[in-house]
Design a protein around this ligand. Structure first.
Ligand SMILES: C[S@@+](CC[C@H](N)C(=O)[O-])C[C@H]1O[C@@H](n2cnc3c(N)ncnc32)[C@H](O)[C@@H]1O
Length: 275
């Protein structure tokens, strides 16, 4: 197997493919990192070298492998209640505002939230807990939380509502008891059906428009940092299109898009609203 490090030409070929598949522009100084990660997939597929692997990825038969490939070149790191203030806002100001709008007759009794690039589901399930905690204020309201990601591997976990031992440290005890099943001694935590029924997940590439109905709030966090500026603009246009009038965009601290949101009204450092 001849695969120590990508040549400059191979790096460019993989860089172009990654950009085409998901909008991420891998910087030139990441050649060693990218080589190491791709080498893992050479072992996994039996491809004899980088060129053979590239050929597989580009072929129609490489569909499943393209998924594995994106899994090794992107990060799926996530956690419950990541950047807590976003969820404090959601469970208080946001809910109260929608209730007030519903009282005035300018909003239906429904909440639709999109967790865009949701990884294994910690973000949409945190959103679900925040809204479930407000159920007493939202009797008869329809609540829909939609998580999407480009990776089927992480989506399978989100879809199952099964989580690992991090639940014990990331989710407050009161909420763990209320919303998760857990057998003593097990490292597995399963979301209860009261939570699962609020969350749906599906595969979606942020570089494409989302055909679903408009959302009252969209979370876009910890994903756009490695996208090129051109890709970020495409994603932002799709997200803004998917926001209902008066809907909010919750932006992660490292997206690098704060200067690209001029079409929205800035409400705070992380929060933007469609007029
Ligand atoms: C670091 S995780 C962030 C998860 C969550 N939003 C959070 O803040 O904890 C980034 C996720 O973005 C996904 N991703 C990368 N490129 C994408 C694209 N073009 N479309 C949809 N998801 C993408 C990855 O598969 C990964 O699960």
């Amino acid at each position: 197997m001849d695969a120590s490090q990508l040549t400059a030409q191979e790096f460019e070929q993989f860089q172009a493919l990654i950009f085409q598949l998901c909008g991420i522009r891998v910087p030139e100084n990441k050649v060693t990192l990218l080589s190491n990660r791709i080498r893992r997939r050479l072992k996994g597929t039996g491809a004899v070298d980088f060129q053979a692997y590239l050929k597989l990825l580009r072929s129609p038969a490489g569909r499943d492998e393209r998924e594995e490939f994106l899994n090794v070149v992107t990060t799926n790191e996530t956690s419950f209640f990541r950047t807590e203030k976003h969820f404090e806002w959601l469970g208080t100001t946001f809910v109260d505002e929608l209730r007030e709008r519903a009282r005035l007759g300018t909003h239906p009794q429904s909440i639709r939230i999109w967790s865009a690039a949701c990884s294994s589901g910690e973000e949409p399930y945190t959103i679900a807990m925040c809204l479930a905690e407000n159920r007493h204020k939202l009797t008869d309201w329809k609540i829909e939380i939609h998580g999407t990601d480009i990776s089927e591997t992480v989506l399978a976990k989100a879809r199952a509502g099964l989580f690992g031992p991090d639940v014990a440290t990331e989710v407050p005890e009161k909420l763990r008891a209320r919303y998760f099943h857990h057998e003593a001694g097990s490292s597995c935590w399963e979301a209860k059906s009261s939570l699962k029924q609020l969350v749906t997940v599906s595969n979606h590439n942020l570089m494409e428009p989302n055909p679903q109905k408009a959302y009252d709030c969209i979370f876009i966090r910890n994903v756009l940092i490695y996208f090129s500026r051109e890709s970020k603009q495409i994603v932002i246009n799709h997200l803004v299109h998917s926001l209902a009038p008066g809907g909010y965009l919750v932006v992660g601290p490292s997206e690098g898009i704060f200067d690209m949101l001029g079409m929205l009204q800035k409400r705070s450092t992380f929060l933007y609203q469609k007029a």
